[in-house]
Design a protein around this ligand. Structure first.
Ligand SMILES: [Zn+2]
Length: 169
């Protein structure tokens, strides 16, 4: 369902004014949220891709990197996972989504991370929203489902003022 850029109210597709705040809705003013299903498939594609990348770090000659990582980060915090693979996820999403608004999975699904107003995000916003999905994904999603259902935000989408939108054209 599209929503109004000004107040966040859901609007019927093709409406010319927002019923709640009266803002004019021209083409491009209404943003269409990606569904949780589309986002899940995009995530799955990213996980498969990153799984291949991470397999390299189990080879002799590379496996000292995760070993060293394990020695330096806490691994007892509940709900939080600071493993080496999580750090790789974080860098991957921050760089790709900070640069293109899309990871490889999101490109495949034709969805993108955007600012609440539909504009593109910078690396800082990309990094903030990546913290949640890289290091504390289940909690990030569950809190988002409970607290921010109207724009389908994870907690760290909310904190970074980002949404995931369908990308047209
Ligand atoms: Zn409105």
């Amino acid at each position: 369902m599209p929503y109004c850029k000004s107040c966040g109210e859901e609007v019927p597709a093709g409406a010319s004014f927002c019923r709640k705040c009266g803002a004019q809705l021209n083409r491009g003013a209404e943003l269409v949220l990606a569904s949780w299903g589309e986002r899940f498939v995009a995530w799955l594609i990213d996980m498969i891709l990153l799984g291949v990348v991470l397999a390299w770090f189990r080879l002799p000659g590379f496996n000292w990197v995760p070993m060293m990582w394990r020695g330096t980060v806490p691994h007892w915090v509940p709900f939080v996972d600071f493993g080496f693979k999580n750090a790789v996820y974080f860098v991957y999403w921050t760089l790709l989504e900070g640069t293109y608004g899309q990871s490889v999975g999101k490109m495949a699904m034709k969805i993108e991370v955007a600012h609440l107003n539909g504009g593109s995000i910078d690396t800082v916003k990309a990094a903030i929203q990546s913290v949640g999905k890289a290091f504390l994904l289940p909690l990030d999603c569950v809190l988002g489902w409970i607290l921010y259902p109207s724009r389908q935000q994870r907690l760290f989408n909310y904190l970074s003022e980002t949404v995931v939108l369908r990308k047209f054209g």
